[in-house]
Design a protein around this ligand. Structure first.
Ligand code: HEC
Length: 299
């Protein structure tokens, strides 16, 4: 057999192996492994020294909450960092994003110049957990909102803040009230490939610090960088758009990723770019099945 035929046979068998049982088989395996890793890491202070060799016993016993499972991780670093959680709980008594949800509802109902409204594009507002979708390319909530605007002759919005976060806050809140979950689908070969590209980027070391997202949010989850505890990838997308004290306002996941890339010492990719959208597709799949609970508050 010629070399060319052998290689193409190999390629076929690899492809059918990867997709056997459905296009989301690999992603599901990844998600389960990630959940298991995080639950093990935060199971008990007893085996903490294997995962946190640089933390003192006192810090781990006093400042950390243990025995975390499933949706506990929606709280990001506050899932285990008791001090940060207490501060967040205080602020949640009068959530600083209430006005944004109201403004988002108004935007949802307001008529465009052509007499239609967002209601025509999104009859049910409880859709936060269904994004990103895949339709020839990754479709994020932000890109679908902008598509609706453009289809109706309106100007698209900035994807990081402003009206975009108000409308998303309304969608997130409506989803939370209905008990919706993160529900990402990978149902074609092209979708699985987009997921794999997003995953690869998440694990790629970059910037002058040569760090990957995973260095900080998988292996690094639970460790401290300067004054901040690092949040786990598992549960990382459920609460967006998020109110950040640093921003004094709401921001999308796109905005947050851009900030993290900057901190990595990297010239960040554009919010809403194919690169970011595929990253968001991967990250969202990692939270599949967790309840939508945005907006929330972070430092
Ligand atoms: C040097 C470590 C570091 C790297 C590398 C890093 N981050 Fe972060 N990231 C942080 C810190 C610190 C915070 C704020 C504390 C927290 O919530 O983890 C944060 C927060 C976040 C949050 C918000 C979590 C929440 O609960 O709201 C997201 C999402 C995020 N990072 C995504 C990324 C992505 C995607 C990458 C790669 C492009 C990345 N980060 C790379 C340090 C890092």
């Amino acid at each position: 057999m010629s070399k060319k035929i052998i290689t193409s046979l190999l390629a076929i068998s690899v492809a059918s192996f990867v997709y056997a049982g459905g296009f989301n088989t690999q992603a599901d395996k990844d998600r389960k492994a990630l959940q298991e890793y995080m639950e093990k890491k935060f199971a008990s202070v007893k085996n903490a020294s294997t995962f946190f060799p640089y933390s003192t016993k006192e810090e781990l016993e006093k400042n950390f909450k243990w025995g975390l499972k499933g949706a506990d991780f929606n709280l990001g670093s506050y899932a285990y960092n008791k001090g940060g959680k207490a501060q967040r709980d205080d602020m949640m008594e009068m959530p600083p994003f209430e006005d944004n949800i109201d403004a988002g509802k108004e935007l949802y109902e307001k008529k465009f110049a052509n007499g239609k409204s967002f209601k025509d594009c999104f009859p049910d507002p409880a859709i936060r957990g269904d994004y990103p979708k895949f339709d020839k390319e990754v479709v994020t909530l932000a890109s679908d909102i902008n598509k609706c605007l453009k289809d109706n002759g309106e100007k698209p919005w900035k994807v990081t803040k402003g009206k975009m976060t108000d409308l998303q806050a309304y969608f997130a809140n409506a989803s939370k009230e209905k008990g919706k979950k993160i529900n990402i689908k990978i149902d074609s070969k092209e979708a699985a490939e987009a997921y794999e590209r997003g995953k690869k980027e998440y694990y790629t070391q970059r910037g002058y610090l040569q760090l990957s997202c995973a260095n900080c949010h998988v292996q690094g989850a639970g460790k401290r960088v300067r004054n901040e505890y690092l949040s786990p990838l598992f549960g990382a997308v459920t609460h967006f758009p998020v109110y950040r004290m640093k921003w004094q306002g709401l921001g999308t996941l796109e905005r947050r990723i851009k900030g993290c890339e900057k901190n990595q010492g990297e010239n960040p990719h554009k919010p809403g770019s194919k690169w970011q959208n595929e990253m968001i597709y991967f990250m969202s799949y990692m939270s599949n099945g967790l309840p939508v609970d945005g907006p929330d508050i972070r430092k």
